[in-house]
Write a new protein. Sequence first.
Length: 455
Amino acid sequence: MFQTTRRRLALWYTTVTAILLLVFATTVYLYVRSTLIERVDDTLNHVVEVVERSLIVEPVTESYIPYRVNVEASFHNNAEAVEDDRIDLEWFSATGELLWSTLSVPLDIPLNSNQIGETVHVTSDQLLRQLTKRVEIGRYVLGYLRVSHPWFEVTKPSRKLILDLTIGTSLMVISVAVIGWFLSGLAMKPVHESYQRLKQFTADASHELRNPIATIQTTVQVAIADPDMDMQWQRQQLKVVERLTQRLGRLVNDLLFLARVDSGMVQPEWQTVHLDDLLTEVIEEQLLIADQKGIFLSLHLIDPDNSRQELNLDKIAEDIIAEDIFTLQGDWNQLARLFTNLVSNALQYTPPSPDASVQVELQRLNPATKSSSRHKQSLLQVKVFDNGIGIPESALPHICDRFYRADPARPHDTSTGSGLGLAIAKAITDNHHGEIQIHSAIGQGTTVTVILPIF
């Protein structure tokens, strides 16, 4: 499919370029040809002017025309002058009789008093460019001067130009075909990669949906097959179905959110957000899960003078820094979802142990500080530290991909997430013109850093 599309793109590139080159070559040919013809006509006009000025006119008393041209005296020098230019002269009387010519064989071409250059056929392979001038004094016509120039001075360079344009156009078309094939490959590469990601995303989503659906279906079939089952066992199975439906609901919501982000339908509802208050709520919501797993969960606020304050969640109102230094413009719900996903992931992949901990650190970065000197505005930085199982270094570039598993065999609780947490986190961060960074080491833990601009 992609190779066919690539061939079509390359063919379109080549066809359009060939048409443009053909139009260009035709225009150049017509322009050069018309220029050559104009040069020949200018030469003929110049010869006519020179010859006309050199005519020797004598008075005649025995004719109704009181003047006549002395042909021998007038054309003797002119014949020598035009011989080197391959220009032939013919002098006709007022009645159209040929009186003098530089041609060895008179032309069998009728006289045409046309002062505009014209092309005439002498033989099948011989053409001349001619200009005829009527010479007169007052109302008396003395005769006609016809000047001929060989046409090969137009045809010879024209044929060479056609050959050059044909070779040049052909080489250009071939070059464009090769370049078009290469460029179409580059153009199709992101499409192919996007298609592969879509296939993988569809396969992963189907897998994530199929497992809970199969479990629900099995549980329901067992319940239908045994209407007299124990009430306690039935209640237990219904709780399983409830958990699975909740998981399906979260997965569908996450998929819908990402689909709306991809289509540009999700735009932040900008409002003033106190990020310290938001993080406090997130920590409170995740505290029960942390306590159940025996993980120490804490929030630390670092003010601009780098003094560190650890929040005791039993005395939150007393310990929060009074100044609004952690305020930014953003979407409260999206930011809450972002940091809930990050803290939830940290708790999920931190095994229970006496020193297990997850720390959230909030700091304001001003332009004057060394760590943010490259920024032209103040930033808020949130770091989520854990000392869990860590992520392999090779997996870090893909860790925010949808359904990506750094190690499919590593332990994780599939009932607590949809596998889209970091993908959603990155989408929300991008929506707020921020950036997300992830550093991790196997067995040492993971640090996720989110940097958001203050508008």
